[in-house]
Design a protein around this ligand. Structure first.
Ligand code: PLP
Length: 417
């Protein structure tokens, strides 16, 4: 008879016991009605103008014919398992920061295959099971999954919109408990495009100093400020953050428009940085997930990033201008202020659930994200990506506004946004 010795030393009969999965993977993986409707429409060959496009490799940018040549470096034939990543690749990351007037050394950098993996390393570095991390909301939806996988609890703290987004310092203070370990910032944020201002960084740094917290700053969109906007500083390294352990995450997926190459990093600054790096090195050594060809190629891709960045900035700017041009003729929808990144948020009247509006828009041939996807209130918000090809974007916005205008699902002039 199969027996199991339980921790107190007793034997337990486990005959017929059912295999169980972990609680953390108890997700509802059923396809949503919205996703099904989209799949069926695309499958039927009906037109869909995609206003959710976020994969730069599928948006018609020119990466140059030689990009993959960097992968042919013979040095990649040698396996040199460096837990933090090859020094030359980490130096390339330092050079990138130098371009932002920031001096960091390769001993402060650990390479990862994605910012998702970078987050996972940081959660394991800073958190025991059940620990909490504060995250501004609206925000990037993948964070919830990343946290659950590492047994960390994310607590959302609402950003406030009043002629522009800003943090609510009191909201952060109220959300902190004895279990809180870190505050997360996305600079600029996805999808709000909100840049952390110096006063906001200082307030949050003050909280971190007072309560022994770390700051995790995601700067994947750092190189994409809106034209005529603020001068963009790497917030993670601004003056007010002295005395705070800061972990910056970023990577090639946005900076070089190369999500498929799987290269990202954490840069550690502030007090206890050496101890943190020692621990991060052990975490990274356990996985050794970076591959050699990409590490040898990273320097070149980072050096040549301006080529793709300029195309992306131009595209985002053109699509934003087109959106505004069409919005000017259809005052039922308002666009919220945006300072950077690849997205714009639209305010529509909350007359019905956004899921229904998005479904009806799909029937009109345009695909947008409902705001709740990014943690916004249930009704009244749509998020559009500004990355897609210009003709498709323009067509999508026309369909969107025609539908919302015809059905008066929007704001009338004079209403508040
Ligand atoms: C704020 C933010 N961080 C990270 C990522 C993903 O980066 P990676 O592809 O390196 O995991 C995204 C993707 O959209 C994002 O919006």
């Amino acid at each position: 008879m199969p027996v199991l010795i339980v921790p107190d030393g007793r034997e337990q009969d486990v005959t017929g016991r059912l295999m169980r999965f972990s609680k953390r993977t108890e997700w509802n993986t059923e396809e949503s009605a919205l996703a099904r409707a989209h799949r069926e429409r695309v499958g039927a060959g009906l037109p869909v103008a995609d206003l959710t496009a976020s994969n730069p490799t599928r948006c018609g940018f020119d990466y140059g014919a030689k990009l993959l040549e960097s992968l042919k470096d013979d040095r990649a034939l040698d396996y040199d398992p460096q837990p933090l990543g090859l020094k030359s690749a980490r130096e390339a990351v330092c050079k990138y920061y130098l371009g932002h007037d920031v001096h960091v050394g390769p001993e402060q950098v650990v390479l990862t295959t994605s910012t998702s993996e970078a987050y996972s390393y940081l959660f394991r570095l800073l958190c025991d099971p059940g620990a909490e991390i504060l995250v501004p909301q609206p925000g990037y939806p993948l964070f919830d999954f990343l946290a659950v996988l590492d047994d960390v609890r994310l607590k959302n703290v609402p950003l406030v919109y009043d002629h522009g987004w800003q943090i609510d310092p009191e909201g952060f203070r109220r959300a902190i408990t004895a279990e809180t370990r870190a505050i997360m910032l996305v600079h600029p944020n996805n999808p709000t495009g909100h840049f952390t201002k110096p006063w906001e960084a200082e307030v949050l740094a003050g909280l971190c100093r007072e309560l022994g917290l770390s700051l995790i700053v995601d700067e994947v969109f750092l190189d994409y400020p809106m034209q005529g906007g603020l001068e963009l500083k790497a917030a993670s390294f601004t003056a007010g953050l002295e005395g705070v352990p800061v972990y910056v995450v970023s990577g090639l997926s946005k900076i070089a428009g190369l999500p498929q190459m799987k290269a990202a990093w954490v840069v550690a600054t502030g007090p206890q940085r050496a101890a943190a790096m020692e621990r991060l090195e052990v975490i990274a050594d356990t996985f050794l997930s970076m591959n050699a060809p990409v590490q040898w190629a990273m320097g070149r891709w980072l050096e040549e990033r301006q080529g793709i960045q300029e195309q992306i900035r131009k595209r985002v700017q053109a699509n934003l201008a087109e959106l505004d041009r069409q919005l000017a003729t259809e005052p039922v929808v308002r666009r919220l202020g945006v300072e950077g990144g690849w997205y714009a948020i639209l305010r529509i009247a909350a007359l019905k659930p956004d899921e229904q509006t998005v479904r009806e828009l799909l029937d009109e041939g345009v695909w947008v994200h409902p705001g709740y996807f990014f943690g916004m209130p249930e009704a009244g918000w749509l998020v559009v990506s500004l990355l897609g090809p210009e003709a498709e974007f323009s067509n999508g916005v026309t369909r969107l506004l025609n539908y919302l205008g015809t059905n008066q699902i929007g704001y009338k002039s004079g209403d508040l946004v």
